[in-house]
Design a protein around this ligand. Structure first.
Ligand code: EPU
Length: 415
């Protein structure tokens, strides 16, 4: 079990450059399976989630090379064999092999995916989509066997605009016969990024990034070169750090539109933001005002920044209410924030945070990825030393977090 140690109270100044988006890269890598030639993906973050996907590809027989942030994947020699549980459970996104392998070979055998424990996280919408395309889904305990004689395009309405289900259905439908329409599709930028990748290989996908996506099936996908978009959640996490303890801290290599909901919330709280074409510059203001945060699907306030922003709300004057509308169990961080001196209480899917309260360094636990990010932010502003245990969760999602924070003045180390 790795730990992070932070000496709080050091002002952050300089530039943090944002890496490629985890939630885009983790879909692009399995999508490369659909290609009948070699693909090259730039700006792939080197985090444990992308390493685990690399492991699955290699297990299946693909040739994968990763040098710095460039990944080359040649899927021509893949054998479509069952993906064992010990690798599929390393991360949530292993489920994208379902759509990709089903699309290409009309059969996939794999186990329920892993990922952060933040709610029940079923995959019923993914499976319903595959069935509507003509596949039969067999569940044997934790194992899924999904098979189709042929996949045929159809209209699929999603009961909830799920990111994973939208991408997975898009992957399977890319090589289906005829046209598939996904209605009430998720609109997150990562979905458009995956659709563009598939289109550069010769797929015919339109409407990605809107709530209706049209996929006209094709037989073959050719060589392609693509780039992962900047990580809006990593960017948002460092923007919150800048608001908490920054002095002209520049967050560079971002797409400001992708963090609009956070920018608007930070302004509401009293944070001044200088916006450039691909960066923001943020300093800690004299005073923070309480504000309410409600998570929703894109372009609403992202659930993945809900836990990080709770640290900022502990510093706001008055009562803030946070409402989590996507997951049932995404407040595990608050127990530890309270141990550090916060005044937060949970009531159903809402939490009330009363501030400001001075945080004090303690030994705390990263129960999941974004809880870990919340506690790093807390450690940066706390009096004294904070030790965060179980940071494997955090390292799954933030590339070079220790180096990036050290470079701008934090006292933080990984033990
Ligand atoms: N849901 C269902 N049935 C399904 C699919 C989803 O009920 O078949 C429910 C989930 O239980 C959840 C909600 O719908 O309550 C949202 O799930 P969604 O499918 O949109 O999320 P996901 O694809 O599992 C991705 C990200 C998450 C991020 C969400 C929402 C990946 C690998 N994960 O998850 O990222 O929170 O979209 O934006 O892309 C993170 O990075 O910390 C993270 C958890």
């Amino acid at each position: 079990m790795q730990k992070i140690k932070i000496q709080g109270g050091n002002v952050l100044t300089g530039t943090i450059t944002i890496s490629g988006a985890k939630n885009s890269a983790v879909a692009l890598i399995p999508a490369a399976v659909l290609c009948d030639e070699e693909t090259t993906i730039y700006n792939v973050p080197n985090i444990s989630d992308t390493q685990a996907l690399n492991e699955i590809l290699t297990y299946l027989g693909a040739t994968v090379s990763q040098e710095n942030e460039t990944m080359k994947i040649d899927s021509r020699n893949i054998t479509n064999k069952p993906i064992p549980e010990n690798i599929s459970k390393k991360l949530r996104a292993s489920y994208y092999f379902m759509g990709a392998l089903l699309g290409k070979y009309k059969k996939v055998e794999m186990y329920f995916p892993g990922g952060c424990s933040i709610g029940s996280r079923p995959i019923n919408l993914h499976l319903k989509g595959f069935e509507m395309l003509g596949a039969k889904v067999k569940e044997e305990g934790n194992k899924y066997i999904i098979e189709a004689e042929e996949l045929n395009g159809t209209n699929i309405y999603l009961d909830f605009a799920s990111v994973g289900a939208t991408i997975n259905i898009m992957l399977a439908a890319t090589k289906a016969n005829g046209t598939t329409i996904i209605e009430n599709a998720a609109k997150e930028p990562e979905i458009a990024n995956v659709a563009t990748f598939l289109n550069t290989m010769g797929a015919k996908i339109s409407g990605a990034g809107t709530s209706e996506i049209k996929i006209v099936g094709v037989d073959k996908l050719h060589k392609s070169i693509h780039e992962v978009i900047p990580d809006r959640i990593e960017a948002g996490t460092y923007m919150i750090a800048a608001a908490l303890i920054g002095e002209n801290l520049k967050i560079a290599n971002i797409i400001p539109d992708h963090v609009d909901a956070l920018i608007s919330k930070l302004k509401d709280i009293g944070v001044k933001i200088k916006e450039g074409p691909d960066y923001v510059i943020i300093s800690k203001p004299d005073h923070f005002k309480a504000s309410n945060v409600k998570t929703s699907v894109y372009p609403g306030f992202p659930t993945d920044l809900q836990q990080p922003i709770t640290t900022l709300l502990t510093q706001c004057e008055g009562k803030s209410i946070v409402t989590e509308n996507i997951y049932e169990n995404r407040f595990k961080n608050l127990k530890y924030l309270n141990e550090m001196g916060a005044n937060a209480s949970i009531n159903g899917n809402s939490a009330e945070i009363i501030g400001p309260t001075q945080l004090i360094g303690k030994t705390v636990v990263a129960t999941d990825l974004r809880a870990g990010a919340c506690l790093v932010l807390a450690g940066l502003i706390a009096n004294g030393i904070t030790i965060i245990e179980n940071v494997e969760h955090l390292l799954r999602g933030y590339e070079k977090i220790i180096q990036k924070l050290t470079d701008v003045g934090a006292k933080i180390e990984l033990n």
